[in-house]
Structure formats: structure tokens, C-alpha cells
Design a protein around this ligand. Structure first.
Ligand code: NAP
Length: 245
């Protein structure tokens, strides 16, 4: 399979979980992948794994809350590989508490990493994506960008914002050769779950199991590829049935 031959992707949060699975999948289908993360050792390992399998990859340290960091990351990507076709805004963090005890500092941090990052990323990469002629942005929201859970106010607000930021950018760029879509995972077995009780998450999921990062990568790479050439502004739920009820 060579859906990504000649294409360059930048994946934030590419050192771990869903981002790592997405980076490996894009590389396995011929794409060049820039892995951008704050986890330097793990990110470099993913890039090395891709290179070992005869792919092309580069790890860049990027704190997705930094506007200067984004400018630098896009410039280094274009310098190294000649352009940018695909942006996967995947890095994110969550909060876990009820609104009453959530501090402003927690709110600001979660919104910066999970929401503002998507704005900064699309702003920094916009020109290069338009120049590519076949640009695709995949913004990772959450099922909790569509429905509530009772806690985690900052995470829900940020993921809901990503959903609509995606739609308005998709409309703005509809004739610019750049598609923009959001993906809404359910409970996926990655390090972000920490010590959350897996049994409770499984019990709440109609399919009766957690999702795998590779199952997210399948949807993300579909949207990143020409297979999704008429899809823009869409929200793609991959949640084992959670939001269907
Ligand atoms: P993950 O394994 O924790 O991966 C996220 C990566 O992003 C980590 O390497 C993390 O580093 C990095 N990161 C955090 N802050 C960053 C920053 N400021 N700049 C750059 N990178 C940063 O989590 P995941 O489950 O794959 O999550 C990927 C996305 O899917 C997130 O947006 C998440 O909200 C979303 N999602 C996940 C689930 C799920 O159940 N797993 C469900 C719905 C949505 P650190 O480990 O150092 O923070």
C-alpha cells in the first residue's frame, strides 16, 4: 500500500499512543513523517523505528502551545522534506475533576495543550498545506467533544472547541485544496488513561472493550489520504458505540 508516497505528514503527540500508531501507519504506506512531541526519547525512538524499516522520519521537539515552536517546526519540516501535505493535531491532555474543584491553572493548561494548539498548528501550517495542492488536516477531538461525562470541564470545552474550529477552518479552506476533519475517539488503550479503572471504561462501551491506537490510526489515515477526497468539515466517531445511545 502506498497511499502516502511522496507526501509529508507532521503528527503532534507522535511519541505515544494514537499519534505513534498514526505515524507508523503513514510511514508503512510510503509517507514521510515528522514526529513532534515533548517526549524526546520516545519520539526519537519512533522516528528511528521508521528509519529502520526504510521509511523517512524526523523527530522534532515541539511544545504545541508555543507559537514560535510551531513556526520553527513547520519551517524545519519544509526545509528537510520540501513541503507539508498532512497535519495531524493529536497532542492533548485531560483534566479529571468536577467543575467545582477545577482550578483556573488546570483549565488554562488543558485548553492551551488541547485546544489552542490546534489553532496554532493550522495557522502555522496553512500556507504549506495550501501549496501542497492536496492538504489534509486531521484534528483529534474526542467523543467528549460531542457528549458530556459530568466531570473534566476543561477537556470537554477544549474538545468541543476543536470540533467547531475544524468545521469553520474546513469551510474557509474548502476551495484552497486543504480538507479539515475531526476524529472523535472513545476509550482507547493508551498511556493517557493512566491508572483509570479500565473495567469501568469497558463496561460503559457498547462493544465491551477498549479501542486500540491502531484502530484510530486507520480512521486518521483514511481522512489524511485521497480515499477521503470529498470529506471536509466532518466529524468521525470511533468509539465502540458509546455515543450511539
Ligand atoms: P498519549 O499516549 O498520552 O499521547 C499524547 C502525546 O502528546 C504524549 O506523548 C504527550 O506527552 C504529548 N503531549 C502532551 N502535551 C504536549 C505538548 N504540550 N506538546 C507536544 N506534545 C504533548 O495519549 P493518546 O491517548 O494517544 O492521546 C492522543 C489524543 O487523543 C489526545 O488529544 C487525546 O485527548 C485524544 N483522545 C484520547 C482518548 C483515549 O482514550 N486514549 C480518547 C479520546 C481522545 P506527555 O505524556 O509528556 O504528556
Amino acid at each position: 500500500m502506498t497511499r502516502f508516497d511522496g507526501r509529508v505528514a507532521l503528527v503532534t503527540g507522535g511519541a505515544s499512543g494514537i499519534g505513534k500508531a498514526t505515524a507508523l501507519r503513514i510511514a508503512s504506506e510510503g509517507g514521510t513523517v515528522v514526529i513532534a512531541d515533548v517526549q524526546d526519547d520516545l519520539g526519537a525512538e519512533v522516528a528511528a523505528q521508521i528509519e529502520k524499516d526504510d521509511g523517512k522520519s524526523l523527530f522534532l521537539h515541539l511544545d504545541v502551545t508555543s507559537e514560535e515552536g510551531w513556526t520553527d517546526a513547520v519551517a524545519k519540516t519544509v526545509d528537510a522534506f520540501g513541503g507539508l501535505n498532512i497535519l495531524v493535531n493529536n497532542a492533548g491532555i485531560g483534566d479529571t475533576e468536577p467543575l467545582e474543584v477545577t482550578t483556573l491553572a488546570t483549565w488554562d493548561k488543558v485548553v492551551a495543550v488541547t485546544q489552542t494548539s490546534v489553532f496554532l498548528g493550522m495557522k502555522a501550517a496553512g500556507d504549506a498545506l495550501k501549496k501542497s495542492g492536496n492538504g489534509s488536516v486531521v484534528n483529534i477531538s474526542s467523543m467528549y467533544g460531542i457528549v458530556g461525562s459530568g466531570v473534566s470541564p476543561a477537556y470537554h470545552a477544549a474538545k468541543g472547541a476543536v470540533r467547531l474550529l475544524t468545521k469553520t477552518t474546513a469551510l474557509g479552506w474548502a476551495k484552497e485544496g486543504v480538507r479539515v476533519n475531526s476524529v472523535h475517539p472513545g476509550f482507547i488503550d493508551t498511556p493517557i488513561l493512566g491508572d483509570t479503572d479500565r473495567a469501568g471504561l469497558i463496561a460503559g462501551t457498547p462493544m465491551g472493550r477498549l479501542g486500540k491506537p491502531e484502530e484510530m490510526a486507520a480512521m486518521i489515515t483514511f481522512l489524511a489520504s485521497d480515499d477521503a477526497s470529498f470529506a471536509t468539515g466532518g466529524e468521525f466517531v470511533v468509539d465502540g458505540g458509546y455515543t450511539a445511545g
